[in-house]
Design a protein around this ligand. Sequence first.
Ligand code: R5P
Length: 304
Amino acid sequence: MNAVVFAFPGCEPLADVLAARLSALRGELVLHRFPDEESYVRLSTPVDGRAVVLACSLDRADAKLLPLAFAAEAARELGAASVGIVAPYLGYLRQDARFRAGEAITSATFAKIVSEFADWLVTVDPHLHRYRGLEEIYALRASVVRAAPAIARWIRDNVSEPVIIGPDAESEQWAAEIARRAGAACVVLNKIRRGDFEVEVSVPTVGDFGSQTAVLVDDIISSGRTMIAAVRELLNSGARAPVCVGVHPVFSGDAYAALAASGAARIVTCNTIAHPSNAIDLNEALAAAVEEIVGEVFATAGSR
Ligand code: R5P
């Protein structure tokens, strides 16, 4: 394919897999921060006539969005046939409503900005709660890779007698599918969030887990407080030390250390954000989705 793949920091392994799958060039992207904290961006590999793929996971998005926009815009100006973003983690989806008067609905504004500079987007399990799909807020072609098949495979291979636990109602969409694929039962806990770091979780009466191992699964682990509260409640209810599985290991501040100290038997994540806990690979699945979307973009351009 006449494509070129550029990696933002942390996404180099993904970019290598994408370039191999697309038989594309692996482009060189130069990023620099000036002393005044403004960004310098240079695409050192020619993009003229090529499909440009920017691999950039959008955690810590405040710092990444501008350099990404600069790179995408430069690619367009330099004659790229199309510009797409592969963001295994797509940030800014949790504020999907105005919960209090005057609040900014950041998910919608963020989507509007990304849609301005990109033609397509591939991501993994976006945190969609009140939105039915990304197309409600993103005005571009979007494709979603599901983590459930890879997570279910990992659980089947690594956990004997698993019972899948979703820590809150929002996690049910992931927990139920993983449980079905892993051939395990699924229990969803009740959560009340009182603040960024204040989370209460209660375990419904489900009886004794016996010899089963509880596997907590959630899409995002950010402050880690949801997982920590769930681990503690499970231990209090007599369960064995649970395994924690997260799709998106945001792990802000002390989250990882605090979760590790909470009594979890193991913490395992997908590689949507580079982290030592990454044990479940989604790069090949992302590459398959990108191959399809870039193929469509070329077919559409050729039929014009
Ligand atoms: C919430 O709706 C999500 O599914 C996660 O449960 C949440 O984002 C986890 O956040 P934290 O790690 O900060 O508790």
